[in-house]
Design a protein around this ligand. Sequence first.
Ligand code: AMP
Ligand code: MG
Length: 425
Amino acid sequence: MKDDMGGNAETDCCADGHHGPALKLEDALERILAEVEPVSGTETVPLTEALGRVLGADVVSHIDVPAHTNSAMDGYAVRGDDLLPDTETRLDVIGVAAAGRPFEDIVAAGQCVRILTGAPLPEGADTVVMQEQVTRDDDTATIRPGQAHGQHVRQAGEDIAAGEVALAAGVPLMPAELGMLASVGVTEVSVRRRPRVAFFSTGDELRVVGEPLEKGQIYDSNRYTIQGMLTRIGVESIDMGVVRDNRSDVEEAFARAAEQADAVVTSGGVSVGDADYVQVTLDKMGSVGFWKVAIKPGRPLAFGRIGDALFFGLPGNPVSAMVTFYQLVRTALRALAGMPDEGPPLTLTAVSSGALRKKPGRREFQRGVLTRNADGQLQVRRAGHQGSGVLSSMNAANCFIVLAEDAGPVSAGDEVTVQPFSTFV
Ligand code: AMP
Ligand code: MG
């Protein structure tokens, strides 16, 4: 990590010895992304295991898709030149073409073929008349006037032509991409190696689920939300469990994590309390990008590097950990995986159904429930108690209500910006 990553001692000097004002979210993201190089290396996987992976090389189609010129409708395949523009046209029906069962003969002048959707267009025919425009009487088809030459025909290669790049390297493979790869006949694909992300929780108070709770202890919930969020991105996660609040355990965990992972995500221990060893250890063993981002919840958030691994130290409070992950870490890990930058999260404007507390200073990500009222208007209400430790607010919510740094309180009826969870969760 470059030397200039450390905060500079301008203003807002803080008690923990790390100087520099809290960064604006966009500036923090820019500083993180400047440090991210996509992982290198590819592997070959069967198409059935490629969902969510990033294509490692261009896939060139060796065939036309569709492979043959075919009918887009159920109807009759005709020669366009036979059709009379202003009066009915009578043609002899000489056979049937169905999908997978082509008609092998030639359609001559005055003739037509009954054709079903997807059937190859017989030689001689160049136009399809939909069956609703035709009266059939034994072997005669009577076609209404007003048909267009060449209509309802799908040309061979109109989706992908042989020799064309069907999908370019770097494309994330979603359901539509799997279908595209199958349609060009691919059975296995080259994909980028998945980033390895080691994660652990820090805290003397944490117990692992399954163990009994003693006085003063809580269950470690962050490791499960973090693993879920990592899995959703599609990275390989390495669960390193719970690490106690002491210098040697944190140092040992840092070393072990950085050795095997491309990125390390921790929760807890980044505030300025006596037992917060993540900060001091990162200072000692790695390099520090920044400590503070001007968002709520979510300050402090540590970003830096341990050896070659990127380091993200999330706050311990469960909602803060999720907000910082979604607003910063997710984008960074997608970039590490070689996925294209989606740009800023998609937002909608909704009317706040109640008043919202907000002090100017930090950008807030309040948890909200977005609905559409009877008039079709988007409305959002607060999803319960907004404390950064109250995970049930995330359970109840389906969006973040994003309140700008300089914004003050919101009144009922005001318009606010929301980020629907469905776009990134
Ligand atoms: P810290 O950032 O370590 O000061 O922790 C802030 C708050 O989050 C404290 O109340 C911790 O008990 C709580 N916390 C820290 N880590 C976790 C975790 N893994 N799961 C649930 N709560 C946690
Ligand atoms: Mg702690």
